[in-house]
Structures are given as structure tokens and as C-alpha cells.
Design a protein around this ligand. Structure first.
Ligand SMILES: NC(=O)C1=CN([C@@H]2O[C@H](COP(=O)(O)OP(=O)(O)OC[C@H]3O[C@@H](n4cnc5c(N)ncnc54)[C@H](O)[C@@H]3O)[C@@H](O)[C@H]2O)C=CC1
Ligand SMILES: N[C@@H](Cc1c[nH]c[nH+]1)C(=O)O
Ligand SMILES: [Zn+2]
Length: 427
């Protein structure tokens, strides 16, 4: 666990930026079978798979309004206050993303505009296998609500007692979400994609999850159900220079590694001494963590690198394209300019990734596995489509009509040309 790779030649970077290989043996087969069974048998299959994977089959998949109401009694006042603070910040940040419709006159008499229109039916998957991620419900439901989605439904696995985590229900309560179903894994994705007796079919599915969930999203997407992204295991890259605080970085690396054995952490430091100090801190902090074993598994995939030149370090990090990037340096504001590929960036010594995971206001559903090269995290944009409109006056048609006629003729499309000519001749 203590190997440090020093100044790897660029030829080796390709190998170093590779994510851990997930054992995908039979995954497609297993997941396709689950999806097909749910397609055929609906609720019955969803319940049956709950029994198989959780040892419990709920009588009803739907969580009652009463259960949602009672959630406040089941979580502490302090947690409620924390969730409300996170909600406020996430709402404030995401509200700014709402697109204002602006009409543009491109030529006199020719007006064009673009309008955001919400996707009507969306399904949110909230992971609940190893930890019920109620924060993910805040991250998905808040932009969905701001975008104006009409029907928002949630699926999440119930715990061993057959109940949905009360913090998830509390978030649903404060956001006014009424349709929550006890369903996890590929069966939940199938239920949302095709509908069952109780779960309505949705147009787009959101939310991270384990490899079964991700594979299910990939498969239903081929069947034309939209998805937010294929969110793989969580990952964190840290850039550290001599102005970093090693104990803080150790805590950040551990925080991301505790998500799952398949999570990956990458540390790029400008000299070896920084990494050695961080490793000492990791050894000091790790023993007291309850998810120590998960961290140790994840650390089998960790990469600790020395890259002395700042430019090279950022070239490497941009090639890695991390889901999260912490720039642990007092010069973070300047260094931030060098970031080309990342999901979400945390600047300076006092911006832990945990802040963005929960409460700073940014979204934590982010592109993984190098997809940050071209993709963004979830935002209000993910819940809308942008429809373009245009209106031409007779004068506008005269102003651009001849150009359209010439272009249509040049493409040999005379019916296109005539659609303009017929109108010009009427004036
Ligand atoms: N990229 C991102 O933005 C985020 C990613 N995550 C990731 O989400 C993941 C959550 O995973 P989990 O805790 O496992 O919860 P989960 O809710 O994704 O998966 C639990 C479900 O997996 C299914 N399952 C388990 N074993 C199975 C088997 N042998 N065959 C078929 N299905 C099976 C069951 O149906 C169960 O309900 C983590 O890997 C975490 O890193 C979490 C938050 C954000
Ligand atoms: N770090 C996770 C999100 C998270 C939820 N809860 C804690 N962390 C991710 O973005 O992958
Ligand atoms: Zn996290």
C-alpha cells in the first residue's frame, strides 16, 4: 500500500490512468435476466428479487404517506437541521442554472429563441446497498423540482427490516416527493424503465449505484429510456504541493475510499516527502474508521505519484479526468486555470470533497471513469430539453428567403426551395 511511483514517463500514463477492472463476468447476462423478468412479471418479480438480495419481500412497494410523515420522528433534530442547510445551498446553487428565455432577432423580421421545457416523467434511483445515500436524493430531486418535472418517482432498496431509511423519507418529505418505491438494483431500474402494476414508466432515469444498477441503466438506455450517465465507482484525485496539509489530504483520500472497494483514489504530489507525510497520516487515521476493510480494499487500487513539474502534473490529471479533484495548495486559485477535465473541483486546504458531497451547493452526481473529458455532472439542464422556436414576418422571409432558395437549389432539394417561393409569391 506504500508504493510511490516517481516521475513516470508519459508513455506509462495511459496505464496509470486506467480505472480498476470490475469483474464484469456474467454481469450482462445476470442483469438482462432480471430486466426481462421484471418486464414480464412486474411487481411480483421486483418483490421476488428483494427477497433474493435483501432477504425481505415487501407486501407493497409503495411507501405510504404516513411513513413519509413519520420520518421526522425517526431522525435527530440535528440531522434535520443539517439536511435543511444542505437543501438551502443546493437550491440556491441550482436555481441559478434555470435558463431564461431570450428572443434574438437574427435578421430583421426573423426571431429565434430557445426554451427549457422539463422532462415530464423522471425516476430517481437512490443507492441503499452498503449505505443509504439520502444526500443523493437532495442532489437529484432539487434540480428535478426546479426544472419543473411533473412526475418524480424514487426507487431505493429497503433495509433488512423492510423499511426505507428514514433520512431518505425525510428528504422526500421536505421536498414534497410522494412516490417512493421499495426497490433496489437492476430490478428497480427495470421497473422505472418499463413500468409495473404500481411503478409508472419514466422517460429518464437518474442516479448512481453499484455495477448491477449501472449495467441495468446501460441496457434500458439501448431500449430508448434516457439516463443521466453511467456513473461508475466514485473516484478522487488530489494534487498536493508543499503548501498542503498532509493530515487533511489523508482524510480526503480515506473519505472517498470508504465508498466501496472499487472506489479509486489518486494522489499526485510535487515531491516524495509530501506523499510520505500523507501515508503516515493515513496510518494514523485509518484504524479508527468503521469502514476500514472497504478502505483497505479500495486502497489496493490507489495510485500515489510524484510528478515534479506542475505542468506535467496537471497534464496527467487532465488525462485521468477525475470525478473529483482537490487542489491542495495555497495557490489553488491560480492552479485551477489548468483544469480541463474534471467533474467537480475543490480548491485550497479548506475545501474537502465531503463539503460537495453534502452541503456546499454543487451536485455530487458526477461523471466517472474518465467521462469527465466530455460530460458534466447532473444539473437543472439534465432535467430539461431545450426546444428552439422561430417566427418570421413576411419581411423576415423576404430578407432571408433568397439565401434559403439558393442553398436549397444547391442541395438539389426543390421542395425546400418551393416552401419559400410559394410564400414570397403570396406577398
Ligand atoms: N458516481 C457517483 O456520482 C456516485 C456513485 N456512488 C456509488 O454507488 C454505489 C452504491 O452501491 P451499493 O451500496 O451496492 O447500493 P445500490 O443501491 O447501488 O445496490 C444495491 C442493490 O444491488 C443489487 N445486488 C446486490 N447483489 C446482487 C447480485 N449478486 N446480483 C444482482 N443484483 C445484486 C440488489 O438488488 C441491491 O438492491 C457505490 O459504488 C458508490 O460508489 C454513490 C454516490 C454517487
Ligand atoms: N462521493 C460520492 C457522493 C456521496 C454521497 N454521500 C457521500 N458521498 C460521489 O460523488 O461519488
Ligand atoms: Zn462521498
Amino acid at each position: 500500500m506504500n508504493t510511490i511511483i516517481e516521475n513516470p514517463p508519459e508513455a506509462e500514463w495511459k496505464e496509470l490512468i486506467k480505472r480498476p477492472v470490475i469483474n464484469a463476468l456474467n454481469l450482462t447476462e445476470t442483469v438482462s435476466e432480471i430486466i426481462n423478468t421484471v418486464k414480464q412479471q412486474g411487481d411480483f418479480a421486483v418483490k421476488d428479487y428483494s427477497l433474493k438480495f435483501h432477504g425481505f419481500a415487501p407486501d407493497e412497494l409503495w411507501v405510504t404517506e404516513d411513513d413519509i410523515k413519520k420520518s421526522s420522528q425517526l431522525i435527530s433534530k440535528n440531522l434535520q437541521k443539517a439536511i435543511l442547510l444542505a437543501k438551502k445551498n443546493i437550491e440556491k446553487f441550482h436555481r441559478q442554472q434555470l435558463l431564461k428565455t431570450k428572443k434574438i432577432e437574427t435578421t430583421t423580421g426573423v426571431s429565434c429563441w430557445r426554451k427549457s421545457v422539463a422532462i415530464e416523467n423522471v425516476g430517481l434511483y437512490i443507492p441503499g446497498g452498503s449505505a443509504p445515500l439520502f444526500s443523493t436524493l437532495l442532489m437529484l430531486a432539487i434540480p428535478a423540482k426546479l426544472a419543473g418535472c411533473k412526475n418524480i418517482l424514487v426507487t431505493t432498496p429497503a433495509n433488512a427490516g423492510g423499511n426505507v431509511d428514514p433520512a431518505i423519507l425525510y428528504v422526500a418529505k421536505i421536498l414534497g416527493i410522494k412516490n417512493i418505491y421499495k426497490a433496489g438494483g437492476a430490478q428497480a431500474i427495470a421497473a422505472m424503465a418499463y413500468g409495473t402494476q404500481t411503478v409508472n414508466k419514466v422517460d429518464k432515469i437518474f442516479g448512481p449505484g453499484n455495477q448491477y444498477v449501472t449495467e441495468a441503466k446501460r441496457i434500458v438506455n439501448i431500449d430508448r429510456v434516457a439516463i443521466d450517465m453511467l456513473a461508475g465507482p466514485s473516484e478522487l484525485a488530489v494534487y498536493a504541493d508543499d503548501t498542503c496539509i498532509p493530515g487533511f489530504i489523508a482524510a480526503d483520500l480515506l473519505s472517498q475510499a470508504e465508498h466501496g472497494g472499487d472506489s479509486q483514489v489518486v494522489l499526485v504530489a510535487v515531491n516524495k516527502q509530501i506523499i510520505e507525510k500523507i501515508i503516515l497520516e493515513i496510518h494514523a487515521q485509518l484504524p479508527s474508521l468503521p469502514r476500514k476493510e472497504i478502505v483497505e480494499n479500495s486502497f489496493l487500487n490507489r495510485r500515489f505519484l510524484v510528478i515534479e513539474k506542475v505542468e506535467d502534473a496537471f497534464d496527467f490529471l487532465n488525462q485521468y479526468a477525475p470525478e473529483h479533484l482537490i487542489i491542495a495548495s495555497e495557490h489553488a486559485d491560480v492552479l485551477a486555470e489548468k483544469v480541463i477535465n474534471a467533474g467537480s473541483v475543490f480548491l485550497g486546504n479548506y475545501s474537502p470533497e465531503s463539503a460537495g458531497d453534502y452541503a456546499s451547493g454543487t451536485n455530487h452526481s458526477l461523471p466517472t471513469n474518465g467521462t469527465a473529458v466530455t460530460q458534466s455532472g447532473v444539473s437543472v439542464d439534465s432535467f430539461v430539453k431545450k426546444i428552439t422556436f422561430q417566427k418570421l414576418t413576411p419581411e423576415g422571409l423576404n430578407n432571408i428567403g433568397e439565401a434559403v432558395e439558393y442553398m436549397a437549389s444547391a442541395e438539389g432539394l426543390m421542395a425546400h426551395k418551393n416552401a419559400v417561393t410559394i410564400r414570397k409569391n403570396k406577398q
